[in-house]
Design a protein. Structure first.
Ligand code: FE2
Ligand code: FE2
Length: 394
Protein backbone atom coordinates (compact mmCIF):
# COMPACT_ATOMS: atom_id res chain seq x y z
CA UNK A 1 0.00 0.00 0.00
CA UNK A 2 0.91 3.63 -0.28
CA UNK A 3 3.36 4.93 2.27
CA UNK A 4 1.78 7.30 4.71
CA UNK A 5 3.21 10.76 4.11
CA UNK A 6 0.90 12.86 6.22
CA UNK A 7 -1.39 12.23 9.13
CA UNK A 8 -4.84 11.07 8.17
CA UNK A 9 -7.64 13.57 8.15
CA UNK A 10 -9.55 14.25 11.29
CA UNK A 11 -12.87 15.88 11.54
CA UNK A 12 -12.49 19.60 12.13
CA UNK A 13 -8.83 19.11 12.86
CA UNK A 14 -7.54 21.58 15.39
CA UNK A 15 -10.95 22.52 16.72
CA UNK A 16 -11.59 19.65 19.10
CA UNK A 17 -8.16 18.50 20.08
CA UNK A 18 -6.04 16.16 17.97
CA UNK A 19 -7.52 14.86 14.74
CA UNK A 20 -9.07 11.43 14.99
CA UNK A 21 -6.51 8.75 14.56
CA UNK A 22 -3.65 11.14 13.77
CA UNK A 23 -0.10 10.68 14.84
CA UNK A 24 3.03 8.99 13.65
CA UNK A 25 3.37 5.30 13.01
CA UNK A 26 -0.10 4.70 11.64
CA UNK A 27 -0.68 1.64 9.55
CA UNK A 28 -1.79 2.10 5.96
CA UNK A 29 -5.01 0.27 6.84
CA UNK A 30 -5.82 2.93 9.43
CA UNK A 31 -5.47 5.84 7.07
CA UNK A 32 -7.44 4.00 4.43
CA UNK A 33 -10.18 3.42 7.01
CA UNK A 34 -10.11 7.10 8.01
CA UNK A 35 -10.40 8.09 4.35
CA UNK A 36 -13.27 5.68 3.74
CA UNK A 37 -15.09 6.91 6.83
CA UNK A 38 -14.70 10.54 5.78
CA UNK A 39 -16.10 9.81 2.32
CA UNK A 40 -18.96 7.80 3.80
CA UNK A 41 -19.78 10.66 6.18
CA UNK A 42 -19.85 13.15 3.28
CA UNK A 43 -16.89 15.04 4.66
CA UNK A 44 -14.42 16.81 2.43
CA UNK A 45 -11.00 15.39 1.70
CA UNK A 46 -8.45 18.22 1.84
CA UNK A 47 -5.01 18.47 0.18
CA UNK A 48 -3.03 17.50 3.27
CA UNK A 49 -5.21 14.51 4.09
CA UNK A 50 -4.06 11.05 3.20
CA UNK A 51 -5.79 9.71 0.10
CA UNK A 52 -5.37 6.61 -2.05
CA UNK A 53 -3.06 7.11 -5.03
CA UNK A 54 -5.84 6.13 -7.41
CA UNK A 55 -8.19 8.73 -5.87
CA UNK A 56 -5.49 11.35 -6.42
CA UNK A 57 -4.75 10.30 -10.01
CA UNK A 58 -8.46 10.07 -10.88
CA UNK A 59 -8.97 13.61 -9.60
CA UNK A 60 -5.93 14.94 -11.43
CA UNK A 61 -7.16 13.37 -14.66
CA UNK A 62 -10.69 14.72 -14.25
CA UNK A 63 -9.71 18.20 -13.06
CA UNK A 64 -7.07 18.52 -15.81
CA UNK A 65 -9.55 17.50 -18.48
CA UNK A 66 -12.00 19.99 -17.03
CA UNK A 67 -9.40 22.80 -16.90
CA UNK A 68 -8.28 22.09 -20.48
CA UNK A 69 -11.92 22.20 -21.62
CA UNK A 70 -12.35 25.65 -20.08
CA UNK A 71 -9.40 27.18 -21.89
CA UNK A 72 -9.85 25.37 -25.22
CA UNK A 73 -13.54 26.29 -24.96
CA UNK A 74 -12.55 29.95 -25.22
CA UNK A 75 -11.62 29.48 -28.87
CA UNK A 76 -14.92 28.72 -30.64
CA UNK A 77 -16.61 31.74 -29.10
CA UNK A 78 -13.64 34.13 -29.13
CA UNK A 79 -13.89 33.63 -32.87
CA UNK A 80 -17.02 35.84 -32.77
CA UNK A 81 -15.92 38.64 -30.45
CA UNK A 82 -14.79 40.90 -33.26
CA UNK A 83 -17.97 40.21 -35.21
CA UNK A 84 -20.52 40.52 -32.41
CA UNK A 85 -23.49 42.43 -33.81
CA UNK A 86 -23.60 45.17 -31.15
CA UNK A 87 -21.47 46.72 -28.43
CA UNK A 88 -23.70 45.09 -25.81
CA UNK A 89 -23.26 41.63 -27.35
CA UNK A 90 -19.52 42.16 -27.66
CA UNK A 91 -19.18 43.17 -24.00
CA UNK A 92 -21.20 40.15 -22.87
CA UNK A 93 -19.24 37.74 -25.04
CA UNK A 94 -15.89 39.14 -23.93
CA UNK A 95 -16.93 38.77 -20.30
CA UNK A 96 -18.03 35.21 -20.94
CA UNK A 97 -14.83 34.16 -22.69
CA UNK A 98 -12.82 35.80 -19.93
CA UNK A 99 -14.83 33.86 -17.34
CA UNK A 100 -13.78 30.63 -19.06
CA UNK A 101 -10.11 31.60 -18.66
CA UNK A 102 -10.83 32.18 -14.98
CA UNK A 103 -12.47 28.76 -14.70
CA UNK A 104 -9.33 27.24 -16.16
CA UNK A 105 -7.28 29.08 -13.58
CA UNK A 106 -9.36 27.87 -10.60
CA UNK A 107 -9.17 24.33 -11.88
CA UNK A 108 -5.44 24.27 -12.58
CA UNK A 109 -5.13 25.68 -9.06
CA UNK A 110 -7.25 22.81 -7.70
CA UNK A 111 -5.04 20.30 -9.57
CA UNK A 112 -1.94 21.92 -8.06
CA UNK A 113 -3.23 21.10 -4.57
CA UNK A 114 -2.88 17.45 -5.61
CA UNK A 115 0.79 17.94 -6.42
CA UNK A 116 0.57 18.42 -10.19
CA UNK A 117 1.80 21.69 -11.65
CA UNK A 118 -0.01 23.69 -14.28
CA UNK A 119 3.05 23.49 -16.53
CA UNK A 120 2.97 19.72 -16.42
CA UNK A 121 -0.73 19.60 -17.29
CA UNK A 122 -0.35 22.10 -20.12
CA UNK A 123 2.55 20.11 -21.53
CA UNK A 124 0.32 17.03 -21.57
CA UNK A 125 -2.49 18.95 -23.26
CA UNK A 126 -0.13 20.32 -25.89
CA UNK A 127 1.35 16.89 -26.52
CA UNK A 128 -2.17 15.44 -26.96
CA UNK A 129 -1.72 13.21 -23.93
CA UNK A 130 -4.67 14.65 -22.04
CA UNK A 131 -8.14 15.28 -23.38
CA UNK A 132 -10.56 18.16 -23.28
CA UNK A 133 -14.30 18.04 -23.95
CA UNK A 134 -15.02 16.82 -27.47
CA UNK A 135 -17.68 19.55 -27.89
CA UNK A 136 -15.02 22.18 -28.55
CA UNK A 137 -13.87 20.42 -31.69
CA UNK A 138 -16.96 21.61 -33.56
CA UNK A 139 -16.83 24.88 -35.52
CA UNK A 140 -18.85 28.02 -34.76
CA UNK A 141 -20.23 28.78 -38.20
CA UNK A 142 -22.66 31.61 -37.47
CA UNK A 143 -23.41 34.18 -34.78
CA UNK A 144 -26.31 32.00 -33.61
CA UNK A 145 -23.74 29.40 -32.53
CA UNK A 146 -22.77 31.74 -29.69
CA UNK A 147 -26.36 31.48 -28.47
CA UNK A 148 -26.57 27.72 -28.98
CA UNK A 149 -23.30 27.20 -27.11
CA UNK A 150 -24.49 29.31 -24.19
CA UNK A 151 -27.86 27.61 -24.01
CA UNK A 152 -26.82 24.01 -24.70
CA UNK A 153 -23.10 23.66 -24.01
CA UNK A 154 -22.99 25.82 -20.89
CA UNK A 155 -26.38 24.34 -19.96
CA UNK A 156 -24.96 20.81 -20.18
CA UNK A 157 -21.90 21.94 -18.25
CA UNK A 158 -24.12 23.24 -15.42
CA UNK A 159 -26.08 19.98 -15.30
CA UNK A 160 -22.79 18.12 -15.03
CA UNK A 161 -21.14 20.50 -12.63
CA UNK A 162 -23.76 21.40 -10.03
CA UNK A 163 -23.41 17.96 -8.39
CA UNK A 164 -19.61 18.47 -8.43
CA UNK A 165 -20.11 21.29 -5.89
CA UNK A 166 -20.60 18.37 -3.45
CA UNK A 167 -17.57 16.45 -4.70
CA UNK A 168 -15.60 14.76 -1.91
CA UNK A 169 -12.40 16.65 -2.75
CA UNK A 170 -12.61 20.08 -1.08
CA UNK A 171 -10.65 22.33 -3.49
CA UNK A 172 -12.48 20.94 -6.54
CA UNK A 173 -15.89 21.29 -4.88
CA UNK A 174 -15.20 24.88 -3.87
CA UNK A 175 -13.94 25.83 -7.34
CA UNK A 176 -17.16 24.40 -8.77
CA UNK A 177 -19.38 26.60 -6.61
CA UNK A 178 -17.92 29.71 -8.18
CA UNK A 179 -17.80 28.23 -11.67
CA UNK A 180 -21.45 27.17 -11.58
CA UNK A 181 -22.59 30.68 -10.71
CA UNK A 182 -20.80 32.00 -13.78
CA UNK A 183 -21.98 29.14 -15.98
CA UNK A 184 -25.52 30.03 -15.07
CA UNK A 185 -24.96 33.54 -16.46
CA UNK A 186 -23.45 31.97 -19.60
CA UNK A 187 -26.47 29.76 -20.10
CA UNK A 188 -28.87 32.66 -19.75
CA UNK A 189 -26.99 34.91 -22.14
CA UNK A 190 -27.11 32.13 -24.74
CA UNK A 191 -30.80 31.58 -24.24
CA UNK A 192 -31.53 35.30 -24.44
CA UNK A 193 -29.42 35.62 -27.59
CA UNK A 194 -31.35 32.80 -29.26
CA UNK A 195 -34.62 34.32 -28.13
CA UNK A 196 -33.69 37.60 -29.84
CA UNK A 197 -33.00 35.65 -33.03
CA UNK A 198 -36.14 33.51 -32.94
CA UNK A 199 -38.21 36.68 -32.42
CA UNK A 200 -36.40 38.32 -35.34
CA UNK A 201 -36.59 37.94 -39.08
CA UNK A 202 -37.17 34.66 -40.87
CA UNK A 203 -33.44 34.49 -41.71
CA UNK A 204 -32.50 35.00 -38.08
CA UNK A 205 -34.98 32.35 -36.93
CA UNK A 206 -33.53 29.92 -39.49
CA UNK A 207 -30.01 30.70 -38.32
CA UNK A 208 -30.99 29.95 -34.71
CA UNK A 209 -32.64 26.67 -35.74
CA UNK A 210 -29.59 25.64 -37.76
CA UNK A 211 -27.30 26.29 -34.78
CA UNK A 212 -29.53 24.25 -32.47
CA UNK A 213 -29.61 21.43 -35.06
CA UNK A 214 -25.80 21.29 -35.10
CA UNK A 215 -25.18 21.64 -31.34
CA UNK A 216 -27.93 19.43 -29.90
CA UNK A 217 -26.35 16.00 -30.36
CA UNK A 218 -22.79 17.00 -29.47
CA UNK A 219 -24.23 18.56 -26.28
CA UNK A 220 -25.78 15.21 -25.33
CA UNK A 221 -22.39 13.60 -25.88
CA UNK A 222 -20.87 15.95 -23.29
CA UNK A 223 -22.20 13.67 -20.54
CA UNK A 224 -19.84 10.95 -21.68
CA UNK A 225 -20.44 7.39 -22.84
CA UNK A 226 -23.47 5.38 -21.67
CA UNK A 227 -23.21 4.07 -18.13
CA UNK A 228 -22.46 0.49 -19.17
CA UNK A 229 -19.44 1.69 -21.20
CA UNK A 230 -18.14 4.30 -18.82
CA UNK A 231 -14.96 2.88 -17.37
CA UNK A 232 -14.41 5.38 -14.52
CA UNK A 233 -17.97 5.99 -13.38
CA UNK A 234 -18.53 3.34 -10.71
CA UNK A 235 -15.32 4.07 -8.79
CA UNK A 236 -15.82 7.83 -9.06
CA UNK A 237 -19.30 7.46 -7.64
CA UNK A 238 -18.07 5.27 -4.81
CA UNK A 239 -15.54 8.00 -3.95
CA UNK A 240 -18.28 10.64 -4.24
CA UNK A 241 -16.30 12.52 -6.84
CA UNK A 242 -19.28 11.93 -9.07
CA UNK A 243 -22.81 11.95 -7.68
CA UNK A 244 -24.89 10.84 -10.66
CA UNK A 245 -24.27 8.59 -13.64
CA UNK A 246 -23.72 9.90 -17.18
CA UNK A 247 -27.11 8.64 -18.36
CA UNK A 248 -28.89 10.12 -15.37
CA UNK A 249 -27.41 13.57 -16.01
CA UNK A 250 -28.06 13.32 -19.74
CA UNK A 251 -31.73 12.55 -19.05
CA UNK A 252 -31.95 15.48 -16.64
CA UNK A 253 -30.54 17.76 -19.34
CA UNK A 254 -32.99 16.56 -22.00
CA UNK A 255 -35.90 17.05 -19.58
CA UNK A 256 -34.77 20.63 -18.90
CA UNK A 257 -34.19 21.49 -22.57
CA UNK A 258 -37.44 20.28 -24.13
CA UNK A 259 -39.71 22.94 -22.55
CA UNK A 260 -37.00 25.58 -23.07
CA UNK A 261 -36.84 24.75 -26.78
CA UNK A 262 -40.59 25.10 -26.95
CA UNK A 263 -40.45 28.51 -25.29
CA UNK A 264 -37.71 29.56 -27.69
CA UNK A 265 -39.66 28.36 -30.70
CA UNK A 266 -36.99 25.98 -31.97
CA UNK A 267 -37.25 22.27 -32.72
CA UNK A 268 -34.81 19.81 -31.23
CA UNK A 269 -33.47 17.65 -34.08
CA UNK A 270 -34.69 14.32 -32.76
CA UNK A 271 -37.83 12.71 -34.25
CA UNK A 272 -37.91 10.18 -31.42
CA UNK A 273 -38.27 12.79 -28.72
CA UNK A 274 -41.50 12.12 -26.84
CA UNK A 275 -42.85 12.33 -23.31
CA UNK A 276 -42.91 9.01 -21.52
CA UNK A 277 -45.73 9.15 -18.99
CA UNK A 278 -44.64 5.98 -17.27
CA UNK A 279 -41.03 7.07 -16.72
CA UNK A 280 -41.91 10.70 -16.15
CA UNK A 281 -39.12 11.67 -18.56
CA UNK A 282 -38.60 12.53 -22.19
CA UNK A 283 -37.51 9.61 -24.36
CA UNK A 284 -34.90 10.50 -26.95
CA UNK A 285 -33.22 8.89 -29.96
CA UNK A 286 -29.95 7.01 -30.15
CA UNK A 287 -26.73 9.00 -29.93
CA UNK A 288 -24.11 8.49 -32.63
CA UNK A 289 -21.33 7.17 -30.42
CA UNK A 290 -19.18 6.45 -33.43
CA UNK A 291 -19.00 10.19 -34.10
CA UNK A 292 -18.15 10.79 -30.43
CA UNK A 293 -15.28 8.29 -30.57
CA UNK A 294 -13.93 9.79 -33.80
CA UNK A 295 -13.92 13.33 -32.38
CA UNK A 296 -12.32 12.06 -29.19
CA UNK A 297 -9.61 10.32 -31.22
CA UNK A 298 -8.72 13.64 -32.82
CA UNK A 299 -10.71 13.36 -36.03
CA UNK A 300 -13.32 16.03 -35.28
CA UNK A 301 -13.72 19.05 -37.54
CA UNK A 302 -11.49 21.36 -35.48
CA UNK A 303 -9.24 19.18 -33.26
CA UNK A 304 -6.08 20.13 -35.09
CA UNK A 305 -6.88 23.82 -35.25
CA UNK A 306 -7.77 24.02 -31.55
CA UNK A 307 -4.56 22.39 -30.39
CA UNK A 308 -2.44 24.30 -32.87
CA UNK A 309 -3.83 27.64 -31.64
CA UNK A 310 -3.40 26.61 -28.03
CA UNK A 311 0.24 25.72 -28.57
CA UNK A 312 0.86 28.93 -30.50
CA UNK A 313 -0.81 31.05 -27.80
CA UNK A 314 1.32 29.31 -25.18
CA UNK A 315 4.52 29.95 -27.12
CA UNK A 316 3.57 33.56 -27.77
CA UNK A 317 2.87 34.04 -24.10
CA UNK A 318 6.30 32.81 -22.99
CA UNK A 319 7.63 36.37 -22.57
CA UNK A 320 4.71 37.21 -20.27
CA UNK A 321 5.45 34.23 -18.02
CA UNK A 322 9.16 35.07 -17.98
CA UNK A 323 8.50 38.71 -17.17
CA UNK A 324 6.04 37.79 -14.40
CA UNK A 325 8.51 35.32 -12.89
CA UNK A 326 11.35 37.87 -13.07
CA UNK A 327 9.15 40.49 -11.46
CA UNK A 328 8.06 38.10 -8.71
CA UNK A 329 11.69 37.18 -8.03
CA UNK A 330 12.66 40.83 -7.80
CA UNK A 331 9.73 41.51 -5.50
CA UNK A 332 10.69 38.64 -3.20
CA UNK A 333 14.34 39.71 -3.14
CA UNK A 334 13.40 43.29 -2.32
CA UNK A 335 11.19 42.19 0.54
CA UNK A 336 13.80 39.80 1.85
CA UNK A 337 16.35 42.61 2.18
CA UNK A 338 13.77 45.04 3.54
CA UNK A 339 14.68 47.82 1.10
CA UNK A 340 11.21 49.20 0.93
CA UNK A 341 12.23 52.58 -0.42
CA UNK A 342 14.24 50.93 -3.21
CA UNK A 343 11.30 48.66 -3.84
CA UNK A 344 8.92 51.59 -4.18
CA UNK A 345 11.30 53.17 -6.68
CA UNK A 346 11.55 49.88 -8.58
CA UNK A 347 7.79 49.56 -8.59
CA UNK A 348 7.37 53.01 -10.09
CA UNK A 349 9.97 52.19 -12.72
CA UNK A 350 8.24 48.91 -13.46
CA UNK A 351 4.89 50.66 -13.82
CA UNK A 352 6.51 53.09 -16.20
CA UNK A 353 7.96 50.17 -18.18
CA UNK A 354 4.56 48.51 -18.28
CA UNK A 355 3.08 51.60 -19.81
CA UNK A 356 5.85 52.08 -22.33
CA UNK A 357 6.35 48.52 -23.47
CA UNK A 358 3.22 47.85 -25.54
CA UNK A 359 3.66 51.02 -27.59
CA UNK A 360 7.34 50.31 -28.10
CA UNK A 361 6.62 46.72 -29.01
CA UNK A 362 4.78 47.62 -32.18
CA UNK A 363 2.05 45.69 -33.95
CA UNK A 364 4.12 42.62 -34.80
CA UNK A 365 4.84 41.73 -31.16
CA UNK A 366 3.22 38.65 -29.65
CA UNK A 367 1.17 40.63 -27.15
CA UNK A 368 -0.93 42.10 -29.93
CA UNK A 369 -1.46 38.79 -31.71
CA UNK A 370 -4.27 37.28 -29.62
CA UNK A 371 -6.56 40.21 -30.42
CA UNK A 372 -6.29 39.79 -34.13
CA UNK A 373 -5.83 36.04 -34.51
CA UNK A 374 -9.46 34.92 -34.32
CA UNK A 375 -10.66 37.45 -36.81
CA UNK A 376 -7.99 36.88 -39.39
CA UNK A 377 -8.43 33.14 -39.24
CA UNK A 378 -12.17 32.53 -38.94
CA UNK A 379 -13.29 29.30 -37.46
CA UNK A 380 -14.75 26.94 -40.03
CA UNK A 381 -16.44 28.30 -43.10
CA UNK A 382 -17.94 31.39 -41.47
CA UNK A 383 -21.21 32.93 -42.51
CA UNK A 384 -20.71 36.62 -42.88
CA UNK A 385 -24.05 37.22 -44.54
CA UNK A 386 -25.84 35.50 -41.68
CA UNK A 387 -23.91 37.52 -39.15
CA UNK A 388 -24.73 40.72 -40.97
CA UNK A 389 -28.40 39.89 -40.94
CA UNK A 390 -28.19 39.56 -37.16
CA UNK A 391 -26.61 42.96 -36.79
CA UNK A 392 -29.83 44.93 -36.87
CA UNK A 393 -31.62 42.81 -34.30
CA UNK A 394 -29.58 40.94 -31.74
FE1 FE2 B 1 -16.64 27.51 -17.83
FE1 FE2 C 1 -19.27 28.72 -19.56
Amino acid sequence: MTPVTSPPRGRAAGADGPPDGSGPGLEAEDVQAAFDAAVAADERIEPRDWMPDTYRSTLVRQIAQHAHSEIIGMQPEANWITRAPSLRRKAILMAKVQDEAGHGLYLYGAAETLGTSRDELLDKLHAGRQKYSSIFNYPTLTWADVGAIGWLVDGAAITNQVPLCRCSYGPYARAMVRICKEESFHQRQGYELLLALTRGTEAQRAMAQDAVDRWWWPSLMMFGPPDDESSHSAQSMAWKIKRHSNDELRQRFVDICVPQAEALGVTLPDPELRWNEERGHWDFGAIDWQEFREVLKGNGPCNEQRLHRRRTAHENGAWVREAAAAHAAKHTATHATGHTADHAADRTAADRDDRVEPAAAGPAQPNTAPDTAPDTAPDGAGAPSASRSTRSRA
